[in-house]
Design a protein around this ligand. Structure first.
Ligand SMILES: Cc1cc2nc3c(=O)[nH]c(=O)nc-3n(C[C@H](O)[C@H](O)[C@H](O)COP(=O)(O)OP(=O)(O)OC[C@H]3O[C@@H](n4cnc5c(N)ncnc54)[C@H](O)[C@@H]3O)c2cc1C
Length: 299
């Protein structure tokens, strides 16, 4: 059994940023992490200060080494399977039992992808969601934009700074008259028909196949995923969730407090729009707020 002031579940951008604040406040903090970060499919991570273009694993390893240089910080590899108790007396179960006064949840979100053969193999390489993360490297290619449940109108405009050869794959989703008007612009073609397969070579997309057998060539594909918390731990604790068109995330206040006393949340889990920098920023805030809560300074 390990006893700490704060247990942080998830040791990526958010979790490590939270833990370092607590370690610098000389509090005992443990990071428990099972190493499946959301961007593990990508070869490089972009836009993170001082580490633009570094491999996700290299950023995580550096961050973890920095926090573990503090004598009150610990790291446990493994998955937290349950959290019980309340503020001042939480118990986290997993490979090892951890008792903590406070808990910071930073275990990220899970992306749901459309079930199209070949698509998953390209995810994070040439099939992506965020143009700020990967658009520069994938620029000036014939690029698909996959409709899935809804027409991604935002991306249809957004992507014009990365390609002037964009194909909206309607994939069986109905386009309204208003949407059709907005989609009519140079550099954007509409392609009807359901996508049944992604053809690729080692994750490099080459074409999509439509129902009926026709293929459409492309060298990059964007889609908008549906996201939800990567674990049910927060819901099991009773934390409220917020529903958005992009999925579900945890409700937090300005101090990253969830609706359960003593439980904070940071990173993608607590924000609908994912980015490593934002995850680190909310982690930083959660760590400081959690420390102030331990001192009775938070209202
Ligand atoms: C393909 C792809 C590429 C991306 N590229 C970029 C990019 O270039 N630039 C950028 O800014 N953003 C990028 N992002 C977004 C970025 O990955 C996320 O915003 C960021 O990883 C969120 O950090 P986080 O700490 O909240 O969660 P995560 O990085 O997802 O980390 C959560 C951690 O918690 C652990 N965990 C989960 N459940 C448990 C449990 N029960 N017990 C213990 N540990 C647990 C996981 O294993 C993981 O290590 C990308 C996302 C994707 C999907």
């Amino acid at each position: 059994m390990i006893g700490v002031d704060v247990a942080v579940v998830g040791g990526s951008f958010a979790g490590v940023s939270a833990a370092i604040m607590l370690a610098r406040a000389r509090r005992r903090v443990v990071i428990i992490d099972d190493g499946a970060t959301r961007n593990r499919y990508a070869r490089a991570s972009h836009g993170f200060l001082g580490m633009d273009g570094a491999a996700p694993g290299a950023i995580h390893a550096k961050g973890l080494a920095e926090v573990l240089a503090y004598p009150t910080a610990q790291h446990l590899e493994g998955r937290v399977t349950a959290i019980t108790g309340s503020a001042g007396a939480f118990v986290l179960e997993g490979l090892e039992e951890v008792r903590a006064l406070r808990v910071i949840l930073a275990f990220g979100q899970r992306d749901h992808l459309p079930d199209i053969p070949g698509l998953r193999e390209c995810w994070g390489k040439t099939v992506v969601q965020c143009p700020y993360c990967h658009g520069y490297e994938l620029a000036d290619r014939t690029t698909g934009l996959l409709a899935w449940e809804a027409i991604p109108m935002h991306h249809s405009v957004h992507l014009q700074d990365w390609t002037d050869d964009l194909i909206l794959l309607e994939n069986g989703v109905e386009v309204t008259v208003e949407e059709a008007g907005k989609l009519a612009r140079p550099g954007l073609r509409r392609q009807a028909g359901r996508v049944v397969r992604v053809h690729h070579s080692g994750g490099a997309i080459e074409a999509v196949e439509l129902e009926g057998g026709a293929t459409v060539e492309m060298r990059a594909l964007y889609l908008v995923t549906w996201q939800e918390p990567a674990s049910s731990l927060a819901q099991d604790l009773g934390c409220e969730v917020v529903e958005t068109p992009m999925g579900r995330h945890l409700k937090v206040d300005d101090h990253q407090r969830t609706t359960v006393p003593g439980v904070f949340a940071a990173g993608d889990l607590a924000r609908p729009y994912p980015s490593a920098t934002q995850a680190a920023s909310t982690g930083n805030r959660a760590g400081a707020a959690c420390h102030q809560d331990l001192l009775g300074l938070l209202e």
